[in-house]
Design a protein around this ligand. Structure first.
Ligand SMILES: NC(=O)c1ccc[n+]([C@@H]2O[C@H](COP(=O)([O-])OP(=O)(O)OC[C@H]3O[C@@H](n4cnc5c(N)ncnc54)[C@H](OP(=O)(O)O)[C@@H]3O)[C@@H](O)[C@H]2O)c1
Length: 437
């Protein structure tokens, strides 16, 4: 059979891994694909940069649009990242009759419907396994393996950087800032880790998973997104004492015909598989109405795990599977959207920490406010403070008070917390994290 000719735009971290697999495992890949797969064109920004893969310099250009439209390219593999020029490259490739493979979650999150419509119009496909959770084949699971089910819940640890930082902070009892620096030194965090630690990356991935599972497109600005960038070590330790690990959890759940969605640092009970995901690993727990709960875990990023997913997509294109899956997918289409659950109606347990004056009646004031807002307490921790940790200037020590509530609505909780923060005896900011039961 005639070979599938690959045009690669981007030869960075993931692109170099893809090129290495295509060049070094060509026999195995050809066997699996049923035909040879050859790398014919590559676009980079800086051709003088040294690469850890031996690509023929004659096929390298600085013009990704030339790769997207080249006559000797059948599939364009977009691995540049970002929105521009990636969006133009994908459109140009589809217009020129090429299939597309991409790992670009930001592009799909922002422009997915438009790109998928363009692909459908031209009878082409877009494969995007590597866009969520790197080496874990979660897109194939949702698009192919779980199609007999209505997905009722997605709970996902899908930002390896955040999970590494939370794990390492707790293990080493180090501050957030020190741990971020260590993560950068070890290559687990970018020089600018903002998108990872502020929840944006996880929210973009949740948007893609939700679109696949529920046919509903909900953008990160439309649901609560909080990252780990304000986490304090003390809360990880208190959560542990209460029997929980803190994880950056991305959740999409069907609740009474509405979609509950959020990305937040969340307490997960020790013993649940999600609580045991440490370091840079990812895990996605999917619940289907027929199968029940299933778990998928592994490396959610990194050169070769991500390249593994990209090359699997290229093999699927070569074998014709990607086109069939894409055609049959009811994704990115205008189905009746599932309404979003209002934030105030979210019904969960909460972990609260206040720094309070250690003096009479403070506890009574706090429980009174919680009680008046219909919130009951599941447990309370206030450690004996033999010596004051800090002084409020009036000689009264300040102590942490940690409360686990029973289930309540976010609306009730927010009202109560703002009343509590207004108390003289409560030093703000108070900490509030949901619990995933
Ligand atoms: N890294 C991961 O673990 C991971 C995991 C899952 C998904 N992804 C996704 O995979 C994609 C690639 O990520 P990466 O980590 O490989 O990025 P990267 O290391 O920054 O590589 C980007 C590549 O694109 C090239 N490039 C950028 N702009 C270009 C332009 N205008 N013209 C030509 N070439 C251009 C760069 O050229 P130079 O080399 O000359 O600078 C570089 O080779 C992103 O969408 C990312 O979100 C990454």
């Amino acid at each position: 059979m005639h070979p599938l000719r690959v045009g690669l735009t981007g030869l960075g971290n993931v692109g170099a891994g893809v090129a290495r697999l295509l060049l070094e495992q060509s026999e195995r890949i050809a066997r699996r694909a049923g035909r040879p797969i050859v790398l014919t064109r590559v676009a980079v920004r800086d051709p003088s940069r040294s690469r850890d893969v031996a690509v023929d310099p004659a096929i390298i250009t600085t013009d990704p649009l030339a790769v997207a439209t080249a006559g000797d390219v059948d599939v364009v593999v977009e691995l540049m990242g970002g929105l521009c020029p990636a969006r133009r490259v994908v459109h140009a490739a589809l217009e020129a009759g090429k299939e597309v493979v991409t790992a670009n979650k930001a592009l799909l999150c922002e422009h997915g419907p438009e790109l998928f419509a363009a692909a459908r119009d031209r009878g082409r496909c877009i494969a995007f396994e590597a866009s969520v959770a790197g080496g874990i084949p979660i897109i194939a699971v949702l698009a192919q393996s779980m199609t007999a089910n209505q997905i009722t819940a997605i709970e996902a640890i899908i930002n390896g950087t955040s999970n590494f930082i939370l794990t390492q902070m707790f293990r080493t009892r180090a501050s957030y800032d020190d741990t971020v620096r260590e993560a950068q030194r070890l290559g687990y965090a970018e020089a600018d880790p903002a998108m990872d630690v502020n929840g944006t990356d996880a929210a973009q991935k949740l948007t893609i998973l939700t679109q696949l599972a529920y046919g509903t497109r909900v953008l990160p600005g439309q649901f609560p997104v909080r990252g780990i960038d304000t986490i304090e070590l003390t809360d990880l330790i208190y959560a542990h004492e209460m029997g929980y690990a803190v994880k950056l959890l991305a959740t999409a759940r069907l609740a009474k015909g509405q979609l509950e969605m959020h990305v937040q640092p969340t307490l997960i009970r020790h013993g649940r598989p999600l609580a045991q995901v440490d370091g840079a690993h990812n895990m996605i727990a999917l619940t289907g109405d027929a199968v029940g709960q299933t778990w998928y875990s592994g490396p959610g990023a990194g050169q070769m795990p991500t390249a593994s997913a990209v090359v699997a997509d290229i093999i699927d294109v070569a074998a014709g599977r990607a086109a069939v899956t894409f055609r049959r997918l009811d994704v990115w289409s205008e189905r009746t959207p599932c309404p979003l659950q209002p934030v105030a109606d979210m019904y969960r347990r909460y972990f609260l920490r206040f720094n309070v004056d250690d003096r009479p009646h403070v506890m009574a004031d706090i429980t009174d406010i919680l009680g008046r807002n219909g919130i009951s307490l599941a447990s309370v921790i206030q450690h004996e403070a033999p010596e004051p940790e800090a002084e409020n200037g009036k000689g009264t020590p300040i102590v942490p008070l940690v409360i686990m509530t029973h289930r309540t609505t976010e609306g009730q909780l927010r009202t109560a917390v703002s009343e509590l923060n207004a108390l003289d005896s409560v030093r703000t900011p108070s900490v509030c994290m949901p619990v995933a039961d």
